[in-house]
Design a protein. Sequence first.
Length: 270
Amino acid sequence: MVAEDVEQPARGSDKKKGSLWRELPIMIVVALLLALLIKTFIVQAFYIPSGSMENTLQINDRVLVNKLVYRVRDIERGDVVVFSGGVDSWPDEVEFEEPSNPVTGALNWVGSLFGLVPTEKDFIKRVIGVPGDKVKCCDGQDRVTVNGVPLDEKAYLFPGNKPSVTPFEITVPPGRLWVMGDHRMVSSDSRAHQGDPGGGAIPIDHVIGRAFVIVWPFSHADVISIPDTFSQSALKATAALGSGAPLLLGAAVAVPLVRLRTRRRLRRRR
């Protein structure tokens, strides 16, 4: 009986190990499916392969991108957005090697789910102008202006960079965004594509989401917020006036006409 008591736990342990090995592939598949669902609809991790957004984002940083936020609010000036390389005229900022075999391709796909490897033809830039904005560089003090309001970009512009050495002036078309990298000297952004459809402004429907936090490395982890310069009351007031100008003009003409017509009717009755 003593021998039987010793052997029985060993058999039970073997059964547990066997069960674990059978369940492990299922657990991995479920984890991958959950990661895929989260990536597709909610939050996606992205790997930063270039220095075009330094010093806000460093090479090899990993950021999380909120894919739901623009379902509840519009894209705002100052947002850092990831957009799809469906903009065919935008070449990759870094060279990517095509997977040499299906196994490597599968590993790259899994790595992209967790932001461990860069994704091909996706870009990350800061939104400077939204539809209807007049974006120009530069004013007499070498500043980018939006609707005539100068931006103070010291908080995020790469040290030593000018706001732009390439002059530009554009009224952002409907459904598009004017985007620029924070490291202006090395960023191939809207300025480099002024001859493209939209004058360099990217289609809003190519935006994947808003980068809101740096999660790796831990030493550089931080929230990616909208700089204060985009909160200027003058900028918002100018934008509101610009978007509502036709309505205001119509009201300015309509009100006197209605009053004049009312007076004439009163005179006739008398």
